[in-house]
Design a protein around this ligand. Structure first.
Ligand SMILES: Cc1ncc(C[n+]2csc(CCOP(=O)(O)OP(=O)(O)O)c2C)c(N)n1
Ligand SMILES: [Mg+2]
Length: 769
């Protein structure tokens, strides 16, 4: 930790000013100086940046250690880039291309920005919560001997105050408390303004209570040193400020000294006379802006005081747009200085014309050496960290044996076999589930490998010799992280585990399970994990109508469509156990491949007859998205195209219809997602002169040109119906389009037209049509 000498404070204050100017100028340049090709507003958030430059200067140039990782409030991204620019790790070219194609991103991006970004942010709330899960991953790695004490760091989230309205933060807070997380700092830029206006007063002080009740230390930085001293002298001013509503406070900050005077006079009368006499309008306006989040001494002191591992919430009061002409104005969120205002700011900050991009423009000769020395000593990573791949050795994954199996049971079996095998891969597997460990069939793995908790927890039922199939003791060595029922937490946990190679240099194999319908519950968090290129396996089971007796909202309909549109996530939907084994092997490989991705396995509890195989020729097709389970005859007029748990209906219909439709094929689709991607990718390359047909084109071209397809899936029919567009074949799409209901599978298959009769009718329709 740097020594807190007065010189450091001065240098930090200068850097605060530099960050405020450079972030504002970067946004100004993109909007008002750079040529515009389309006339659209480029945008950017000068006010949100100015709000946190002091906080970020104190953090990055003083408090952060080399192992610390930060999630930066999305709209303060330009400040992070300005920091790297001052450190010499960001180019002028990138700053000048802010929000341009290939330029520095609007919001910090791990994958797209050229500077090191620890966590991407953008969808507010998620960047906050992932820091707590990353801290848990750090504890996990340390406990498992994959990380030394010296390499440990702190996880910091820089938060907008309106961000605190996001529910996922509180879900995370609860989970973090259960797991006793530490080494987390969440620093709130408490400017009391959101996007639309000023924030509600009623939550004042409540945040502290919420956090404290979850074991956090809370530190409020309300007034800066100067304003605190004035309040100590004139306590009535402090009491009055305490009672001042947010909106009034912001309006006065915007209006400035004369307005403060008039309002204080009106409210306090003679009680404030001495105070007002001691300040002219200008010093009064400046004094009222001296909030904790802009006071370098207060920030450095607060950070220095919290050097233990207790999770800490700092609430730093700030002025949104501090030092800018629209400071405090309720509409300033996306406000941009006009050119006159930007030049006035430049002049006021002592930046000579033409030197706007000079890192230390306007810094006096006396101060420069101190500032440069501080920049040199700053211990944050300046290079993008290499990602860790190629660490896993992946064994062959044998298919579980059994003539009748469900894919969910096969999944449990494969993991159990891996756990028992002692193969090195098993050591890197971490499973996690939001209270559906047992019902998604992770139980056997957990029995083998145990739950993870830093503090040992005995299985009370086992100790009391109460019979149970499930062991439930937790220890430092456990490999399953049990979560409460909050699907957003599951995805953030998977994201943090899936970034373990990037954040800590040790790749883990995260496997998360949930019921398929509840993917929707945490969708943005899932997208967030994929956006950062976290690598994990998501096992969604049970799915579709095979949740028959549960009915209603438990029967998932659209997750295959979600997967079709989700980058970074590969959907596989096996019908048979051997397909699943191949897919899991592939999913493990994809986790460890720089060009890989995460995998979503949609599984079912329906036990079905397994097929007899003649060799392994089906496997490549299955991993590419589909294969002919029943090869079509030459120039076949029709095919059934089916996916997953409905394969028995498809097979039965194939048997029945084959007599009437010679050469009828049965295409088993294992991934509409991969087929679709392959199709569009082939089209894109065709424009460049490459004529290689995609996998689905090759499969379908075995049929007669005008052949008809009956598509069948336990999901929205659009998951497969698009296949007709590939070669312009007619389609009769069967699937589920309305909310579920309770019933046996035959009831439901009949009701939703997924049974043999429906397939026959559909086939007749396309053939006759
Ligand atoms: C999930 C989500 N919803 C909405 C937005 C749009 N949005 C961006 S910033 C913002 C307000 C942020 O206010 P605050 O967190 O207080 O940050 P400030 O700019 O005041 O520092 C909103 C609604 C978003 N980025 N993410
Ligand atoms: Mg705010």
């Amino acid at each position: 930790m740097l020594k807190k000498t007065p010189a450091d404070i001065d240098a930090l204050k200068i850097l605060d000013g530099r960050l405020r100017f450079l972030s504002a100028w970067t946004i100004h340049h993109a909007n008002h100086i750079r040529a515009s090709a389309d006339g659209l507003k480029v945008g950017g958030h000068q006010a949100s940046c100015a709000s946190m430059t002091a906080i970020m200067a104190a953090l990055y140039f003083h408090a952060l250690g080399p192992n610390d990782r930060v999630a930066v409030k999305p709209h303060a991204g330009p400040v992070l880039h300005a920091i790297h620019y001052l450190l010499g790790s960001q180019s002028l070219e990138q700053l000048k291309n802010f929000r341009g194609f290939g330029g520095m991103q609007s919001y910090p991006s791990r994958t797209k920005d050229q500077i090191p970004v620890d966590f991407s942010t953008g969808s507010v709330g998620l960047g906050v919560a992932i820091t707590a899960f990353a801290s848990l991953v750090q504890d996990y790695l340390t406990a498992h001997g994959m990380m030394t004490e010296e390499d440990r760091g702190r996880f910091v989230a820089l938060i907008g105050d309106a961000e605190l309205d996001e529910g996922n933060i509180y879900e995370c807070l609860i989970e973090a408390h259960k797991h006793d997380i530490r080494n987390c700092w969440w620093i709130v830029d408490y400017n009391r303004q959101s996007l639309d206006a000023t924030s509600a007063d009623r939550m004042f002080e409540r945040f502290d209570e919420i956090f404290r009740s979850c074991g956090w230390r809370t530190v409020e930085l309300r007034f800066g040193k100067k304003l605190s001293a004035a309040i100590a002298k004139f306590p009535a001013i402090g009491e009055w400020l305490d009672a001042l509503p947010n909106a009034d406070h912001s309006a006065l900050l915007y209006q400035g000294g004369a307005a403060w005077r008039a309002r204080i006079e009106a409210d306090l009368g003679r009680k404030a006379a001495a105070f007002l006499k001691a300040h002219d309008d200008e010093t009064l306006g400046a004094l009222m802006c001296d909030l904790g989040g802009h006071c370098m001494e207060s920030l450095v002191e607060a950070f220095d005081r919290c050097q233990d591992d207790v999770p800490t919430l700092f609430v730093a009061w700030t002025v949104k747009g501090f030092g800018l002409p629209f400071a405090g104005h309720k509409d300033n969120h996306a406000g941009l200085m006009n050119p006159t205002q930007a030049l006035a700011m430049r002049d006021a900050m002592g930046v000579p014309e033409g030197q706007e991009w000079q890192p230390l423009a306007g810094v006096g000769a006396n101060e420069k050496p101190g500032v440069e020395a501080l920049l040199d000593r700053s211990r944050i990573a300046r290079e993008k960290r290499a990602r860790s791949f190629g660490q896993l050795s992946i064994p062959a994954i044998p298919a579980p044996q059994g003539e009748e199996q469900s894919t969910q049971a096969a999944f449990g079996r494969i993991l159990l076999d891996l756990a028992k095998s002692g193969h090195p891969l098993a050591e890197r597997i971490v499973t996690t589930s939001p209270d559906v460990t047992v019902s998604t069939n992770l139980g056997a793995f957990v029995n083998q490998r145990g739950l993870f908790k830093r503090r040992e927890i005995a299985d009370v039922f086992a100790k009391a010799k109460i019979p149970s199939a499930q062991k439930w003791s937790a220890s430092n060595n456990g490999q399953h992280i049990e979560l409460g029922i909050a699907e957003s937490n599951l995805f953030l946990m998977l994201a943090a585990l899936g970034l373990s190679g990037d954040l800590f240099g040790e790749r883990l194999v995260p496997i998360g399970t949930l019921y398929d319908p509840f993917i929707a519950r945490g969708l943005d968090s899932l997208n967030y994990g994929c956006y950062q290129d976290a690598r994990f396996i998501l096992v969604a089971t049970p799915s579709g109508l095979t949740l028959g007796p549960e009915g209603g909202a438990h029967q998932s309909i659209n997750p295959p469509l979600i997967a079709l549109g989700q980058p970074g996530l590969r959907h596989y939907e096996p019908a048979y156990a051997d397909e699943l084994a191949a897919m899991m092997g592939e999913a493990f490989r994809l986790i460890d491949d720089p060009k890989g991705e995460s995998t979503y396995l949609r599984l079912s509890t329906r036990t079905i007859d397994q097929v007899e195989r003649n060799g392994d020729s089906w496997k490549d097709g299955a991993l590419n998205g589909g294969y002919w389970l029943k090869e079509p005859g030459a120039n076949a007029e029709a095919a059934i195209v089916s996916m997953g748990a409905l394969m028995p209906e498809a097979l039965a219909a194939w048997e029945e219809l084959s007599a009437d439709i010679p050469g009828l094929g049965l295409l088993s689709v294992t991934s509409p997602d991969l087929l679709h991607r392959g199709w569009t990718a082939a089209q894109a390359t065709r424009w460049r002169g490459d004529h290689a047909p995609s996998h689905i084109e090759q499969l379908l071209s075995q049929l007669a040109p005008g052949a008809g397809l009956v598509t069948l899936c336990d999901a929205a029919p659009a998951s497969l119906s698009w296949i007709g567009g590939v070669l312009g074949q007619r389609v009769a799409p069967l699937g589920v389009e309305c909310f579920g209901q309770t019933g046996t599978l035959p009831d439901l298959y009949a009701a939703y037209r997924l049974d043999g009769a429906a397939i026959t009718e559909a086939a007749a329709e396309i053939l006759l049509g």
